[in-house]
Design a protein around this ligand. Sequence first.
Ligand code: SF4
Length: 383
Amino acid sequence: MAPTPLGIYIHVPFCSRRCGYCAFNTYTLTEQSGAAHASAAPIEQYLDGVLAEIALADNSLSEDRPALRSIFFGGGTPTLLSASQLGRILSAVVDRFEVERDLEVTVEANPDELAPGQLEQLRHAGVTRVSFGMQSIQPRILQLLDRTHSPERSLQAVSEARLAGFDHISLDLIYGTPGETEQDFLLTLEAALSTQIDHLSAYALSIEPSTKLAARVRSGALQTPSSDEAADRYLAAEAALQGAGFNWYEISNWAANGQAQCQHNLLYWRNHNWWGIGPGAHSHIDGHRWWNLDDPNLWAQTLSRGASPVSGSERLTTEQRHLEDLMLGIRLAEGLPADVAPRDHRTERLLNDGLASYDGDRLVLTLNGRLLADQVISVLASD
Ligand code: SF4
């Protein structure tokens, strides 16, 4: 049997400021410096921690592990690290791990926080894919989300990435921000598709309870869109993307061709293996899950003592793994194989309701099913 594919995720927990809707494990450098002014010390400490955790992963994973399929720098804002700092991390991974010939290396970036020449340097260091957080083309939506970049800046960043030699460029969009109209989102899609991207992600805004935005919604100052409006936005995205030659390969992700699909995220959706490095990063190896200490100082200090930075773990039962295979796999256009979703009264019900269909022996969501994926999962998980 072929070994389960393996990837590495590297969490960079720094942002220049916190966006009002964001609940990720990220900190400003000022917060981390513990001083009135940001300093480089937290980044140096972080780099030492990352190098120590790469060594830990190398020593912990069996020697017959497969070559790495992907490395993904996520955040936070990975490009707050210089290209040479990101390159140092990348070299440390590649020195210790065998990698597949067409290793995918993704870096997430904020469009307005790139140093001159940084994209060229990243490409030169071995990064193959860049993903920009565009979110919207409307200034008032960007402002409401506390995004610091101008609408045009995202579009320019894509051109610069092309010039820097990137073949794979993605834009992330958010729909369903309070106050967003259908026209706002159509203009956003049009602007995104006017660039030379080969991948686009579009996620409905999720209002996380701990955020500033959630407090404004709770106070009644902002209204969230209805589920019908959110569904209309999704259908608009599907129509625009299909019209531009993009196909969905996961509910919220579209690619111009097979090579443009994000191999790293496919590892997650296929429930394959990945080691997460960095504060708060999660890992999954063969049904064993664990997650790191959230606090960057504590995480780095623990590693510097030669101790494990893990703060919790669980071993999934066979039933839990099956449920995860089902919940993650049904999101993919490749659908679920017969051993995960055998034909029975549940799949029959989904076919009758027009929520799924068969592609060969694989169960695949219909467009309606994509809108009602949670409902599909509860049917598949029922007795
Ligand atoms: S830039 Fe991204 S990670 Fe950082 S605060 Fe904003 S949404 Fe969160």
